[in-house]
Design a protein around this ligand. Structure first.
Ligand code: GAR
Length: 226
């Protein structure tokens, strides 16, 4: 089995594009991680489908090339995705990170980037796909919530899971308070997920991810601790 998008140590960092639609705090976390000298990916492009995405400013301040592709200027999803793909190719992009990119991608684009495109989602997938995950987790009364880094597949918020972080729910949580604690974890696991992919430590077998050198999980934990 060979690693995906792998670079042996000493190889050039993988040219990575981050796609955003808004705030861009996960993009910022990726940018900061990639500033580390030995990080196996470089953020070579930040692309937004909205000109007013706040994250674009951060990228510019960090001298990262930015591009706005307004989806409203394209006849349909496929035309937008074809333009997106052409730009990624022109920039020599090897890995794509979706970071709050609020556009459904066509199966055509997703397939072109199979196992080279990852996403972060604010829930423990496969629970709570879609929007308003924190409200829905609180409504469901689950004891733990969290976030997931996964490979992108054609169905929304689906795909082989790379990393997850568990965030216990507190009795007085509101959706906003919970969202803040989950976001903190997103900022930790997304750079780790990119690092694993870019350094060639991930293999997908039967739609499950194997991480080189990692066998197991954690000890079971019963929540709430009573
Ligand atoms: C993040 O919480 C991310 O997990 C979520 O959007 C937010 C973007 O914040 N993404 C999804 O819900 C994708 N299904 P950010 O722009 O500050 O990174």
């Amino acid at each position: 089995m060979s690693g995906l998008s792998g670079s042996a140590s000493g190889d050039a960092p993988k040219r990575t594009a981050v796609l955003i639609s808004g705030r861009g705090s996960n993009m910022a976390a990726l940018v900061k991680a990639a500033e580390r000298e030995d990080f196996p990916a470089e953020i070579a492009l930040v692309l937004s489908n909205r000109a007013d995405a706040a994250g674009l400013e951060f990228a510019k301040e960090h001298r990262i090339p930015t591009l706005v592709l307004n989806h409203k200027h394209y006849a349909d999803r496929l035309a937008f995705d074809a333009a997106l793909d052409a730009h990624l190719k022109a920039e020599g992009i090897e890995i794509v990170c979706l970071a709050g990119f609020m556009r459904l991608l066509t199966p055509w684009l997703v397939e072109r980037w199979r196992n080279r495109m990852i996403n972060v989602h604010p829930s423990l997938l496969p629970s709570f796909k879609g929007l308003h995950t924190h409200e829905r987790a609180l409504e469901a009364g689950v004891r733990v919530h969290g976030c997931t880094v996964h490979f992108v597949r054609a169905e929304m918020d689906e795909g082989p899971i790379i990393l997850q972080a568990v965030v216990p729910i507190e009795a007085d949580d509101t959706p906003d308070v919970l969202a803040d604690r989950v976001l903190e974890q997103e900022h930790i696991i997304y750079p780790k997920g990119l690092e694993l992919l870019a350094s060639g430590r991930l293999t997908v077998a039967e739609e499950r991810v194997l991480i080189e050198g990692v066998r197991g999980g954690l000890k079971p934990l019963v929540l709430p601790v009573v």
